[in-house]
Design a binder for this molecule. Structure first.
Ligand SMILES: NC(=O)c1ccc[n+]([C@@H]2O[C@H](COP(=O)([O-])OP(=O)(O)OC[C@H]3O[C@@H](n4cnc5c(N)ncnc54)[C@H](O)[C@@H]3O)[C@@H](O)[C@H]2O)c1
Length: 320
């Protein structure tokens, strides 16, 4: 198949690009690199079945006809969407619209990457797809949460009213090689501090929980969500249901890095006051519809991620 992947130069979509090329598909990546990195595409840049279009997908343009459109473009980390708040709102609204239009016109399948943030600070735990969420519509995270929710509504309307073959995935925290070391997310943050032997900061008492999915598991789930029969019109959580408190997770990363960094507690900064307390996906729908669940054990995923940070952010060979 010929597929278009918006945000192809980003963390998740560059892994998806590699997976789909390895399966023999033709991939057109579209990216303006506001939060992505050209180095993420180094391994595929010269492949005959790969093409890069540098473009802001919030703006209209003609694309080649394709069989499937993966709309993955959007700043994703708090650092990313606070640096680019308007661009984030546009890519999840206008960007979703332009790519849906393209999919509709060429009769392509469409998948949009939404987020667990669509559940806000959830009152239902673990989060099931039928939970509507608890989102502050004017808070510091709203540029991300609310624009993703708008993108979901638009995607569902294309399915309902225009019969476009769409699906929505809600991605929960994902980590792995090509995470940006300074994007403020938990895994890069803890890994970098632990590798540097610097104090690891836990906000509050560290009892907030998160669930972390290794990127190879996630992209396999994305592939199945697009290509499995019966997914049109569906909303599907993709994430790893193993749940850690932040304190447990800081200790876990610290032990794996082997540097015995100090763990320090700080009050939650103003910029993070809408952070959810609990986050864990209910993945029974993905298990049932896609036959998918994460298979990479956290020790293995974190070791691979720590190795990647050693080599790419600290400049130390992975064997050290
Ligand atoms: N990584 C996670 O844990 C996570 C969790 C939930 C949802 N998601 C979603 O998955 C997708 C990928 O996230 P990621 O972590 O790989 O982020 P990322 O920032 O690494 O990748 C996003 C890519 O989109 C590109 N982009 C942004 N705006 C664009 C625009 N207007 N036009 C063209 N390209 C544009 C960026 O340059 C970047 O390459 C995002 O939609 C994000 O919201 C990710």
């Amino acid at each position: 198949m010929k597929v278009l992947i918006s945000g192809g130069g980003g963390f998740v979509a560059s892994h998806l690009t590699e997976l789909l090329l390895a399966e023999g598909h033709e991939v057109i990546a579209v990216d303006n690199f506001i939060t992505g990195d050209r180095r993420n595409l180094e391994a595929v840049r010269d492949r005959p079945k790969f093409q890069l279009i540098e473009h802001d997908v919030s703006l209209p343009r003609e694309y080649p006809a394709v069989d499937a459109v993966f709309h993955m473009a959007s700043p994703a980390s708090p650092v990313g969407y606070r640096t680019w708040p308007i661009e984030t709102m546009l890519v999840n609204s206008q960007g979703t619209y332009h790519l849906l239009e393209h999919a509709r016109k060429c009769g392509a399948k469409f998948l949009v990457a939404s987020t667990s943030e669509a559940y806000g600070d959830p009152k239902v735990h673990p989060q099931t797809e039928d939970y509507w969420g608890n989102v502050n519509p004017v808070g510091v995270r709203a540029c991300y949460d609310e624009s993703k929710r708008y993108g979901e509504a638009m995607t569902m309307e294309y399915h309902r009213s225009l019969d476009t073959d769409t699906r929505i995935i809600r991605i929960f925290n994902t980590y792995g090689p090509r995470n940006q070391p300074d994007d403020g997310r938990v895994v890069p943050n803890f890994c970098m501090r632990a590798l540097e032997g610097a104090p690891i900061t836990v906000y509050g008492d560290g009892s907030q929980t998160r669930s972390f999915c290794f990127v190879s598991d996630l992209v396999e789930g994305i592939r199945r969500a697009m290509f499995t029969e019966g997914t049109a019109g569906e909303v599907i959580n993709l994430g790893n249901p193993s749940e850690y408190t932040m304190l447990e997770f800081a200790r876990f990363v610290n032990d794996l890095a082997g540097n015995k960094s100090e763990i320090v507690f700080e009050p939650l900064p103003e910029s993070r006051k809408d952070d959810p307390m609990l986050r864990r996906p209910d993945i029974s729908k993905a298990q049932r519809l896609l036959g998918w669940e994460p298979v990479v054990p956290p020790e293995e995923g974190l070791k691979r991620t720590l190795d990647w940070f050693r080599e790419n952010a600290l400049g130390t060979p992975a064997s050290v």
